[in-house]
Each structure stands twice: as C-alpha cells, then as structure tokens.
Design a protein around this ligand. Sequence first.
Ligand SMILES: [Zn+2]
Length: 224
Amino acid sequence: MKKIKSTLVLLSLAGVITALTVVTGNTLSTRNEKKMALQTNQAILQKPTPSPTPTKKPLPQKTPLPSPSVSPTPQMTPSPTPTPVTVMLPAVGSEVVGEYSADSFVFQATYGDYRIHSGIDFADDKNTPVCAVADGIITQNFYDFEHGYTVEIEHGDNLKSIYKNLSSDKMVQVGQVVKQGEVIGGMGDSGISESHLSHHLHFELHKDGEAVNPREYFEASITQ
Ligand SMILES: [Zn+2]
C-alpha cells in the first residue's frame, strides 16, 4: 500500500510539473503563432470562399444493350475454283500480221471494207507447226470455204481455242486429247476470207462463248 501511495504522489507531482511547463510554455513565440493564425483566419474570412462547384455526379453509364446478334448469312459453299488455264502462243516465233480488234473496224483487204477482227493472225511458211495453246480436247475439225481447215479445242473453264486457215484436217481427230504445245496442224492458205495474207494462222480464243483478246491470256501466262 505504501508503494502505491508514493507512486500516486509521484504521479500527481509529475502532473503539476507538466501543467506548470504548459503554462510557462505559453511563451512569446506561441503568442506570435496565435497572432499569425488569427491573421490568416481573417484573410481566409475576407476571401470569399469559393463555393465548391457542385460536382456533377457522373451519369450512370448505360451499359450498351447487346446488339441483336445478326446471325451470319450462311456462306455459299464456294464451288471449287477452276484452275486458270495457262495459254501459250500457238505459233512461237511467227510474225503477228493481224491484231485482235473487236471494238473498232479494221480494213480488210480481201473484201476491201472495214470489219472487226476477232482473232490474231500469225504468218509464216506453209505448214509451219501450229500448237495447242493449252491442254484440251479436240471438239471440232472441219473445212469451210471461207475459213479453210479449222480445229477447235476445249480447255475447260469455258475456254476454247480456234485455229483457222490450216493446211490440212489430217493432224487431229475430234475427241482427241491434246497437250499444251502439241502440234495440231500447219499454217495454210485454205480459207478465202483472209486471202490477202499469205500462209497464216487465224487464231481465236473464246471465253464463255465470246471471242476475247488472246493477248490478254498470253500476257497473263507470261507473267506467271
Ligand atoms: Zn484473221
């Protein structure tokens, strides 16, 4: 008990000392600080405190409605793309003496008038070999007075090559399968329609039943 009492006494003494320290600690500097604090407060009071701008509450984000899922249009199963036919020249090294001209008339010396020219003419010596421009099957082999001996080859992909003014119809038969570069005839002068030219091949290329410019196919095959 004595110990507790003395402790209490000590504690109360310590309290008094602390209190005294606090009181005596109210020094000049503390006063100055208080003064400055007052001035600051006055300054603050003089300044109109800016009213806090009302912060706009962010609008609740609208969760985007899920767009109605458009069911993808069913893709047509693509039909197997036919391999483009590579076309070579029917008479390599022979001179071109008549160009394809489907859109404008060109003078035709045999008839002495202007008409379209649906093929390319290659001129060379008689019986200069004429080759199949691509793999195919012989579908026509006939003679007519105007165009002479004529051979037609189907190549697939709706592409057909026609060789007119040949020297003979004995080189191939209808139904025969030919390879690209295979000789199917020789240059002749069997037709009268282009008799102003000497021995030559009148060559046509038909795509989807229409005559097309063979050069476009030759060039395409060259760039491949
Ligand atoms: Zn011609």
